[in-house]
Design a protein around this ligand. Structure first.
Ligand SMILES: C[S@@+](CC[C@H](N)C(=O)[O-])C[C@H]1O[C@@H](n2cnc3c(N)ncnc32)[C@H](O)[C@@H]1O
Length: 276
């Protein structure tokens, strides 16, 4: 059993107390900063604060203005106005994601992102003009997402502020929430590790560790299929099997990922059939 040592009290806390799988991970304040925000975060996610701790499993570091996930020397932040995200805004995959969701010059669908994660795809869609609700069931991730959206609302970049105004975060299992009137459900379920850059591997490993072992992509698809939405978009690794029991209406294929698009009869913006 891996143990977590909180230096201050020399109290040993085991990973059984904080099963990473339910996301109620320990919270550690940034050294030399007020611990008030860390305490507030711990309360929201149903966890505890460990000051001066050296922790072995994933934990959430919360400072007065910054916050990140930490695991084995790796840090993962959600910052929508970071250089990486600003660069990503211009990436080719964004265009593909926008097309999959059905964004057009005259139409920005409303989207229910049922697998919020680090909010990257949601931000891209919000940046393209879509109103988007991000649903994330891991408490620490939902807290980080909310924190990142709040920070983006006061960003120095006009476009980041505008995108953040279109984003709403919900901490819930998507399947427990009634989907309000919206055009698209977007699913990006976990998929076993594949060939990726070191940076993406680091994030994927962190998400994998935080996520529920019973994250069931098929069940999520079944739930989505029952919802009164015009379109379901599923992000998959390039060669992964199609999720669900229906043939997608079409798929948009990029270098590393594929978007399977299920157009429902109520979607009047799209002609049916395969290929695009
Ligand atoms: C691969 S990540 C999504 C990454 C995201 N598209 C992004 O751009 O950062 C999948 C996320 O979905 C979440 N998730 C899985 N099943 C869920 C459910 N039923 N309800 C809410 N969140 C769920 C997991 O906790 C994980 O954070």
């Amino acid at each position: 059993m891996q143990s977590i040592m909180a230096n201050h009290s020399m109290q040993t806390v085991t990973n059984d107390d904080y099963p990473a799988t339910d996301g109620r991970i320990p919270v550690v304040p940034v050294k030399g900063e007020s611990a008030a925000r860390a305490r507030a975060a711990a309360e929201v996610i149903g966890s505890k604060v460990f000051e001066g701790a050296e922790l072995a499993s994933p934990y959430l570091v919360v400072g007065e203005t910054d916050a990140w996930l930490q695991m084995a020397g790796n840090q993962v932040r959600i910052a929508f106005d970071s250089a990486t995200m600003l660069h990503r805004r211009r990436g080719g995959q964004n265009e593909l994601l926008g097309r999959a969701v059905g964004v057009k010059a005259s139409r920005q669908p409303s989207v229910w992102d049922a697998t919020g994660g680090l909010g990257r795809d949601a931000f891209v869609l919000a940046d393209l003009g879509c109103r988007i609700t991000l649903c994330e069931r891991v408490p620490a991730l939902a807290w980080l997402l909310q924190d990142a959206v709040s920070a983006a609302k006061v960003s120095g970049h006009d476009q980041v502020r505008a995108a953040a105004e279109r984003m709403t975060v919900r901490h819930q299992d998507s399947r427990n929430l009634p989907v309000p009137a919206c055009d698209v459900i977007y699913l990006d379920p976990m998929f076993p590790e594949r060939k990726k850059s070191a940076a993406i591997k680091k994030e994927a490993a962190m998400l994998q560790r935080l996520s529920h072992p019973q994250d069931d992509a098929e069940a999520l698809w079944e739930w989505a299929w029952q919802q009164p939405v015009a379109r379901i978009v599923v992000k998959r690794p390039l060669r992964a099997p199609v999720l669900g029991r229906q043939r997608p209406s079409h798929a948009l294929t990029g270098k590393a990922v594929r978007f399977d698009v299920f157009v429902r009869p109520r979607d009047t913006t799209e002609t049916h059939g395969t290929g695009e």
